[in-house]
Design a binder for this molecule. Structure first.
Ligand code: DLL
Length: 433
């Protein structure tokens, strides 16, 4: 049995998991109250003391933390240990707003590595694998997280970082990479590049661990076909440690949250009210084992659903759905909520590659939505009348999905800039904020 499939933890009974969570939560709240004046004052404002928190049932009494709090407390205001205990910092990729800095003690790094090792094992990894890490290294958590997990598992680790596609492919062929870790958009790009070079037969990949950005089931199928692999989702955020907060197993249907380290709640993003299990809302995390940067009730802004249905893999930890967008980068166009993932679903279901850009502008006080979509080389050689027909077909399909009109512009293959990290999907020129 693999060392980082830990059945005594990952397949523990609900009672056992709750017992761990209750004990760790009580300890963590006290730790934060005593060492983080910023959070202590939030608790005092709400009239809560550590004595009021006796179990997970009392969690709702605690105040939320948001990205704004992290910015206000920047850089050291939420640090819960002396600075001399910190061995590492990481920072958000800055897709929304200003950067946020997170701190780690050696203990925090160890538990993060363990979470990522669990993710690699759940994707079929063993110490015999060659783990090719093409997430960015540096401040971004993707590279260091999967790198740490792969080390912990004892797999041979290729710290490729992102970029230099030529070299990525060469190492993949020469060293026999078997597990690829990168963003789904970069995986699709690598897959296309491998095909263009006719090198499919030289690739020994069997699995991919893709996350850090939204991707649809259709995109999963495309990547699996392109690279002839099984593609697994992985979720995480810098504030809560990085990748590995949750990961997919062989069922490929939702991501198990590492409940021995993180308590998950779903709330109504407008009222903050905790929603019953199975309802869609904003994901909130409380980290119960971290020392340096232990956030309590942190609002992720990610919209998803939690489920405790029995998983065929045997793991009992709660599963989160793929995030269905973010409550803060959700677009509101003509008063309608638009998630980029809905647009992607339409495009991929109609056979388009996952290379697109969403442009929002405002003309004469009215919002205008345009989707630029790359054609496949086959489509590009179509007659002009065919391209016009295709554009109309997409307009209709998008209208059916979104409920509003979106202009569609089909563009030549390879004209939308590729990303080596997270894809930049939305260009919002309305300057509404
Ligand atoms: O993206 C950590 C990570 C690295 C996760 C590598 C997975 C793999 P941040 O840069 O702080 O951290 O961004 C966190 O990215 O709140 C989500 O909105 C989004 N995100 C992360 N994973 C997924 C995923 C890393 N699997 C933010 N699906 C999160 C959809 C994801 N969105």
């Amino acid at each position: 049995m693999e060392r980082y499939f830990q059945p005594e933890i990952e397949c523990a009974s609900r009672e056992q998991i709750l017992a761990w969570q209750n004990e760790r939560l009580v300890k963590q709240v006290r730790h934060v109250y005593e060492h983080v004046p910023y959070y202590r004052s939030l608790m005092e404002k709400k009239g809560v003391t550590p004595d009021d928190i006796r179990s997970v049932d009392d969690l709702h009494k605690l105040p939320f933390l948001t990205k704004d709090d992290l910015r206000e407390a920047y850089p050291y205001g939420l640090l819960a240990v002396p600075r001399s205990e910190v061995v590492r910092i990481q920072s958000t990729s800055g897709t929304t707003g200003r950067r946020v800095v997170a701190f780690y003690t050696q203990h925090d790094i160890d538990l993060w590595d363990e979470c990522c090792a669990r993710a690699i094992v759940a994707a079929g990894g063993t110490k015999d694998d060659v783990v090719h890490v093409s997430y960015g290294y540096g401040l971004f958590t993707g590279g260091p997280g999967l790198n740490g997990g792969s080390h912990k598992l004892g797999s041979m680790t290729l710290p490729m970082s992102s970029g230099n596609t030529e070299r990525q492919i060469q190492f993949m062929c020469d060293l026999g990479s078997t597990i690829l870790c990168c963003t789904p958009s970069y995986a699709a790009y690598l897959g296309e590049s491998i095909r263009e070079r006719g090198l499919q037969d030289k690739i020994q990949l069997k699995a991919g661990i893709f996350g850090a950005e939204a991707w649809s089931e259709e995109m999963r199928r495309d990547i699996e076909k392109l690279l002839n692999i099984k593609a697994y989702d992985i979720y995480g955020l810098t504030e809560i440690s990085g990748p590995g907060v949750a990961f997919e197993c062989s069922a490929q249907a939702g991501m198990h949250i590492n409940e021995d380290h993180f308590i998950a709640e779903i709330i109504d993003p407008n009222t903050g009210e905790v929603l019953p299990e199975g309802e869609k809302g904003e994901l909130v995390f409380t980290s119960i084992t971290k020392e340096a940067f232990p956030l309590l009730r942190y609002r992720t802004r990610d919209i998803c659903v939690l489920t405790r249905e029995k998983c065929p893999c045997g793991r009992t930890h709660v599963k989160m759905s793929k995030p269905m967008g973010r409550s803060d980068d959700m677009l509101i166009v003509k008063g309608v909520n638009v998630f980029p993932s809905q647009i992607e679903t339409v495009l991929l279901s109609k056979g388009y590659p996952a290379n697109y850009q969403i442009l929002v502008s405002r003309e004469h006080n009215s919002d205008k939505l345009e989707v630029q979509v790359e054609m496949t080389p086959e489509m590009f050689s179509d007659a002009v009348s065919d391209i016009t027909r295709r554009e109309k077909e997409l307009i209709d399909a998008l209208k059916a999905m979104l409920g509003i009109y979106a202009a569609v512009k089909l563009v030549a293959p390879k004209t939308i800039a590729r990303s080596e990290g997270k894809a930049v999907r939305i260009i919002d020129n309305r300057k509404l904020y």
